[in-house]
Design a protein around this ligand. Structure first.
Ligand SMILES: [Zn+2]
Length: 169
């Protein structure tokens, strides 16, 4: 994706108040992020471990969503889990349930959309092999990296569609 500045990022959030968007901690060193390898920008705030943020081009619009990471999310008995966006397998702690309030009236009624995602929201870097999951090297897929990127973006788009579905009330 193209490099974004702080104003663009703060202005992109659709499911929180403007004040909340202004108070968000942005990733450090924005200008130095590996933008060329990022299909979307996702980050966790070390000062607010129960929160995550994700900013993506969605239907031609820069769209940011805030995510809550329930502290006592279901861990289950599984030793590994798979990110629902990029399908990278992790140990159970490498994937977390991330819950986005839906846009508009639905969100104000407490309506949310949840998905299991890479806990650090670094899906694009895992897909490209720029970051190694805690389980070790990512398994080889028959798909090319480009195809995997396309698949991850499709999964993200479906997630964002659900978050935005509340905007009509
Ligand atoms: Zn992922």
């Amino acid at each position: 994706m193209r490099p974004l500045n702080a104003n663009e990022i703060r202005g992109s959030f659709v499911n929180c108040s403007k004040g909340e968007a202004q108070r968000l901690s942005l990733p450090k060193g924005l200008a130095d992020l590996p933008w060329a390898d990022l299909d979307f920008l996702g980050w966790r705030d070390p000062g607010a471990p129960e929160r995550g943020q994700l900013v993506a081009e969605h239907h031609g619009r820069l769209t940011g969503v805030t995510l809550r990471v329930p502290a006592n999310g279901p861990k289950g008995a599984m030793k590994t889990s798979v990110c629902s966006i990029c399908l990278t397998p992790h140990t159970a702690s490498g994937v977390s349930l991330q819950v986005a309030p839906r846009v508009g009236a639905a969100g104000r009624r407490g309506n949310t959309v949840g998905a299991y995602m890479c806990a650090d929201l670094a899906c694009p870097l895992y897909v490209r092999g720029k970051k190694t999951p805690d389980l070790g090297a990512r398994y080889q897929e028959a798909l090319t990296v480009e195809e995997q990127v396309t698949r991850a973006l499709g999964n993200l788009e479906a997630f964002l569609d659900k978050v935005l579905d509340g905007s009509g009330g």
